[in-house]
Write a new protein. Structure first.
Length: 287
């Protein structure tokens, strides 16, 4: 009798222990799964960066123009990381820009059947191989000016692709997509130049910053005066002008030789976002 009761007690106790064990294990598994989902969620913006497929010549000009912008965005983030400014977001932007440049280059090669454009894309590929390795390394102040020069060679190569595609369009719309897309590049070129000046290269970089600033201002006037602008384009350009004024005020607000590259980066990103919208609207006219 005692043995039967004892065995039953042991059995019940064992079952209770197993039930508790599985319950705890289930909660642990759920917790680990949640953590993994959060980790993956954080990683997704970088891991899944991809450019949309190219269906029209307007799309091609848009993506080729985006490559010009990415050269400057990568340099900007390299300089910010080197100064420990916005380190995590700057690293994510840099990684995303590298992935996007790769994908856009593939897209452009798939779309293009013009021999001249394909040759120009081959040159972009060659220049990209040179700078990509350096952008993937730890930023070093003593190498950044050399990298900037190599990166400008990549920018020039990417610009030739845009000009070739614009020439193929034989339309004013193609020109507008080019100019609007170039504004994206200039927004990042100003931010990159500012970050480099903050890193101690004011004498070498200030003329480049001032030139980019003037070119952006002039091109903004040109786009705003286009008589065929839709209401959506006009509204976005008006917002760009306001953002550009804030960018100017921020860049001039600090005391001489005191830089605020983090604030300038935020302002430039707002300009970039709006100019992306404007460029896409112009490119949509090819549909």
């Amino acid at each position: 009798m005692y043995q039967l009761y004892s065995g039953t007690s042991v059995l019940v106790s064992t079952n209770l222990m197993l039930t508790a064990f599985y319950h705890v294990r289930h909660r642990v598994v759920l917790m680990l799964a949640l953590i993994m989902m959060l980790v993956v969620g954080i990683a997704l913006p970088t891991a899944n960066v991809q450019a949309e497929s190219i269906n029209t010549l307007g799309d091609a000009i848009n993506q080729a123009g985006s490559q010009r912008m990415l050269t400057q965005r990568m340099l900007k983030n390299y300089a910010l990381i080197g100064q420990s400014i916005r380190g995590r977001s700057a690293q994510q932007q840099l990684d995303e820009s590298i992935a996007l440049f790769d994908q856009q280059l593939v897209n452009l090669k798939r779309y293009s059947n013009d021999l001249e454009t394909l040759e120009l894309l081959a040159n972009v590929t060659e220049q990209w191989a040179i700078v990509k390795k350096e952008f993937q390394q730890t930023p070093q102040k003593n190498k950044v000016l050399s990298l900037r020069n190599k990166n400008d060679a990549l920018l020039a190569a990417a610009n030739q692709v845009v000009l070739s595609l614009e020439h193929q369009s034989q339309t004013r719309t193609g020109q507008l997509v080019n100019v609007a897309g170039r504004q994206r590049m200039l927004s990042q070129r100003m931010a990159a130049s500012y970050a480099l000046m903050a890193w101690g290269f004011e004498a070498e970089i200030k003329p480049i910053y001032e030139q980019a600033y003037q070119e952006f201002d002039s091109a903004l006037d040109y786009l705003s005066s286009n008589p065929t602008n839709s209401s959506a384009i006009s509204s976005s350009l008006a917002d760009v002008r306001q953002q550009f004024k804030r960018f100017t005020m921020t860049s001039q607000a600090a005391d001489e030789h005191v830089y605020v590259p983090g604030l300038i980066d935020r302002s430039a990103e707002k300009v970039l976002k709006r100019m992306n919208e404007v460029t896409a609207l112009y490119a949509g006219a090819f549909q």
